[in-house]
Design a protein around this ligand. Structure first.
Ligand code: UDP
Length: 325
């Protein structure tokens, strides 16, 4: 009973690996290190440098390590880049996932957990978003995720294969023990950028859009601590091992925070004002994205444990400090 974590040297995958190791599970990480870092892979995990779409390699890893479940994080995740290089995104996300799924089916691995995204929903869908709200992804990145969801659904119908799809809302924060965190220097995410500004590594934070039809005019998101996100994967894994049927779950708190609320949260943590600049809207940003997490709470018993904004921000800031020290 060993878990294969693809993309385990990346932000979320490295947290997943620690969470599995912490509960005594054997883990093997498969990562091509295109964006991940070897140093973020927890000690005690097996490591294979390679591509999740390399079928002969994957089949060998599945066999040699007695893998019974795969958690698939590997993929490309930058929305604007996906607009410029759509075919690369379809190759890295859809093509790789297809090859990986086929390898799993051929090697008899049934339990499969897939990282999807809240951006698969239509911008006109009702908030908070329940899983069956209309899908209308607008970026090649989001489309590649929804295409993979469909592929998994079809594979589950045709073969002895049980995928669970988790649609992430805005993941932030870092390992509570400071072992890993968001390490990409060019990251564009709000809390990451706010940390860089707080540490004086970036002069100011841009607030992208102050004219949205939201109470304070700025965009609203459902920020979720990476530790709670990873806990959802552990529950999905336990469910699959106990024979649960394929399912799709949102993973967010059901709480919307505006950009200004996040800025105030950062100011409370650091005890001073954060330099901000009001800027134009960022193209493609929806005004509001909030999860309805009822399904995962009922079906898997998932409960937020690190939802305090101050905890999310402090852990991210702590990691950011370590990064350049
Ligand atoms: N945002 C911002 N300044 C930044 C980065 C993000 O105002 O430097 C806003 C963005 O417009 C959105 C929210 O913060 O309303 C969350 O953006 P992020 O990039 O963190 O995640 P996304 O929801 O785009 O995946």
């Amino acid at each position: 009973m060993t878990v294969l974590v693809t993309g385990g040297a990346g932000y979320i995958g490295s947290h997943m690996t620690y969470a599995l190791l912490d509960r005594g599970e054997p883990v093997v990480v498969l990562d091509n290190l295109s964006t991940g870092r070897r140093a973020l892979v927890g000690e005690g995990a097996g490591f294979v440098e390679g591509d999740a779409g390399d079928q002969p390699l994957v089949r060998r890893v599945l066999r040699d390590h007695g893998i019974d479940a795969v958690i698939h994080f590997a993929g490309s995740i930058v929305v604007p880049e996906s607009v410029e290089q759509p075919l690369r995104y379809y190759a890295n996300n859809v093509g790789t996932s297809r090859a990986l799924v086929e390898a799993c089916i051929e090697e008899g691995v049934k339990a499969f957990i897939f990282s999807s995204t809240a951006t698969v929903y239509s911008v006109d869908a009702t908030q908070p978003l329940a899983e069956d709200e209309p899908k209308e992804p607008i970026s090649p990145y989001a489309r590649s995720k929804l295409m993979t969801e469909w592929m998994l659904e079809d594979a589950a119908r045709a073969y002895d294969f049980r995928p669970m799809v988790l649609r992430y809302f805005n993941v932030a924060g870092a390992d509570t023990q400071g072992r890993t965190g968001q390490s990409t220097p060019k990251a564009t995410h709000l809390i990451k950028r706010a940390c860089q500004v707080a540490l004086g590594r970036v002069p100011h934070l841009d607030i992208f859009g102050t004219d949205y039809s939201t109470p304070d005019g700025t965009g609203i998101r459902d920020y979720i601590h990476v530790t709670d996100l990873v806990a959802a994967h552990l529950l999905a894994l336990d469910g699959l091992r106990a024979g649960a049927a394929p399912a799709t779950y949102n993973v967010g708190y059901g709480r919307g925070l505006s950009v200004r609320e996040v800025v105030r949260g950062m100011e409370a943590v650091i005890g001073r004002e954060l330099p901000v600049k009001e800027s134009a809207r960022r193209p493609g940003d929806p005004p509001v994205l909030i999860s309805d997490p009822a399904r995962i709470k009922v079906a898997l018993g998932w409960q937020p444990r690190h939802a305090e904004l101050s905890e999310i921000i402090s852990s991210a800031l702590e990691w950011e400090r370590r990064l350049n020290d």
